[in-house]
Write a protein that binds this ligand. Sequence first.
Ligand code: ZN
Ligand code: ZN
Length: 305
Amino acid sequence: MNSFEGLKRLPEPTMRAFRASQHYDQLATFAIGRNHASWFLIHSKAYGMSLKRAELCLNYITSDPSTVGAVCPETGRPMFTVGGTMGEEVLETLLDLRDDKEKKAPITVVKRYEKGRKDGKLAEVRVEVPDSEIAYACARCGRWENEHQGVKFQRCSACKSRYYCIPLCQKEDWTVQYHKSDCALLRQGKAHEVEMRRKLHDNDWFHRSPLARDNKYLNPGQQNFFDKAMAREDWDLIGHGVYAPPRDVPDSAMKKFQFDQAPLGYDEVVQMKMLQGFAEREEVLAHKELTRRLRKYPVPRPPVS
Ligand SMILES: [Zn+2]
Ligand SMILES: [Zn+2]
């Protein structure tokens, strides 16, 4: 089990947390996430989740190459297009978000299009969150950077635009079918072509969590997965569930996490913070809520040594 000794070395979380005043529970915190060509609003904590890590896909991709990988010519900040059937809702939500520190929205609207366009575009927005405070998903297995792990993933040093949770994921992804071909195109600035090649946009919807109490996605092997997570009190996995890998990457890409690499336990982080007297109210509440829900499940206690 993780010890408090190890937890004391936990670095401060780096992702910028936002709250929405109208659209979501006040205790729910969000971060801006990137996964391949997609931008997401992701839950930065287990509390308030509607049973999936990515709450909303933010960007809209069309056949126009400028809808992927655009950069603001004045500031060098990344930009993306908002539009499609969810466009209005996405834009409203983005403008409703404020970070705890500076009370700023994560984006600035650079251009608004007139309504009812054929191509579905609604606006071009500039991302104001510094790159170091954006959450990335592992390009191979779909796992998101986690606030409670305090860990930033390493990126591909060649294209600098794909991130990997562990070196094995990067190694496995380096094939012609996956990143080797993508990387060559990304280095030439052909991010849109990469998206057209693999069609991964909006690929983070399925979240498999025991909290869902829905065994539809749990085959016997995956049930085992959760039993083991329960046994290890792996709160990150219990709270945030299993991540969907890119559509064209087989589920087996996730198997290495199943039993051997439990991340820091959610409750242990909360306990440690409480001991140090700086637990945030919402974290304590989140812990209580998760405990309440999990009481419905048998949680084997590990032996105390
Ligand atoms: Zn990975
Ligand atoms: Zn690369």
